[in-house]
Design a protein around this ligand. Structure first.
Ligand SMILES: NC(=O)c1ccc[n+]([C@@H]2O[C@H](COP(=O)([O-])OP(=O)(O)OC[C@H]3O[C@@H](n4cnc5c(N)ncnc54)[C@H](O)[C@@H]3O)[C@@H](O)[C@H]2O)c1
Ligand SMILES: Nc1nc(=O)c(N)c(NC[C@H](O)[C@H](O)[C@H](O)COP(=O)(O)O)[nH]1
Length: 267
């Protein structure tokens, strides 16, 4: 064991049990599938906003639910975000729970693979980007960048070689099968708004095994990045809810509430 860095987070055993039914199994008993176990997880305000504006990094989770998100990261092989989030947040996308690789443990065990969906290669990362600093410090894995552009520049080429899709619209089943075949048996999708909206729309919502949402006791106000999937209509042309959860559990967690469930696919 090496000593944990100062940004290490604690997530006590006593807080972990409630999440277990909503997480990928740890004992290899998962059903055989070409798809990874896929969790959609994000934090939202009371007015359904993820952030104050598309370019703004906005803290919603309190300390306990922030630590929970990092625990979720330790329980998945990969974290997927859209490029809008990469540009706005300069995210670390590693797991900072005490006891994983880089946080008290040698190596990178427990660290998820960051995956950034960037069809037009617009993320202008540099050596100073948080994600790359963490990689250099041995506290996170290098990202995979999913793009439709070939040879955008020499610096990105190494990362892109295996991942360019040739298409600008991400095909979620295709992407998830590719991630699974590259060793990611489970992925958590963290956002942002466009990514969540596309996954809460049919048919892709059926790809989600678990949904875990942190709801923070705050209203961000008008102009935020709102999670509001496209309207759906029944056969008679009447509006119906866009998406709904089943097997729902609500857990108060600090000042936040954590909502866990599964997508309800039919009535
Ligand atoms: N509160 C939270 O939990 C949370 C989580 C993540 C992001 N955020 C916030 O959300 C904001 C970013 O959200 P956003 O909606 O602007 O960006 P986003 O992260 O959803 O990225 C959007 C981009 O991703 C690509 N993309 C997404 N889905 C695609 C698809 N199906 N096919 C092809 N390309 C696709 C496109 O290039 C698109 O422009 C930021 O302010 C960030 O801080 C909050
Ligand atoms: N659970 C959660 N609560 C929040 O209040 C918030 N803003 C995010 N946002 C998720 C998004 O993916 C961010 O980009 C990463 O949370 C940043 O990642 P780091 O902490 O730097 O690793 N997620």
């Amino acid at each position: 064991m090496s000593s944990a860095p100062r940004d290490a987070l604690e997530f006590p055993e006593s807080d972990r049990g409630f999440l277990e039914p909503h997480l990928p199994s740890q004992d290899g008993s998962a059903p055989q599938s070409d798809l990874p176990f896929t969790t959609l997880t994000f934090a939202t305000s009371l007015d359904s906003s993820l952030a104050l504006s598309p370019g703004a990094r906005t803290v919603l989770s309190g300390p306990q639910s922030k630590a929970m998100t990092h625990y979720l990261r330790s329980r998945h092989d990969g974290i997927v975000i859209g490029v809008g989030t990469a540009v706005a947040d300069d995210p670390g996308l590693n797991c900072r729970i005490t006891g994983v690789g880089g946080y008290g443990q040698e190596g990178l065990a427990g660290q998820p693979r960051p995956v950034v969906i960037d069809p037009t290669a617009r993320w202008e990362f540099s050596d100073d980007s948080k994600l790359f600093q963490l990689c250099r410090e041995g506290r996170g894995l290098a990202p995979w960048i999913i793009t439709a552009v070939e040879n955008p520049n020499a610096q990105k080429q190494a990362l892109l070689e295996r991942t360019h899709t040739g298409r600008h619209q991400i095909d979620w089943p295709d992407l998830l099968v590719t991630l699974k075949s590259n060793g990611l048996g489970s992925v958590m999708i963290e956002g942002g708004g466009q990514v969540i909206k596309s996954l809460l729309s049919p048919p892709d919502m059926s790809l989600l095994d678990s949904v875990i949402v942190t709801i923070a006791p705050t209203w961000l106000g008008e102009g935020g990045v709102v999670v509001s999937p496209a309207r759906r209509f029944d056969e008679g042309g009447n509006a119906i809810s866009a998406a709904r959860l089943k097997n729902v559990k609500w857990y108060p967690f600090g000042e936040d509430v954590v909502l866990c469930g599964q997508i309800k696919l039919s009535d």
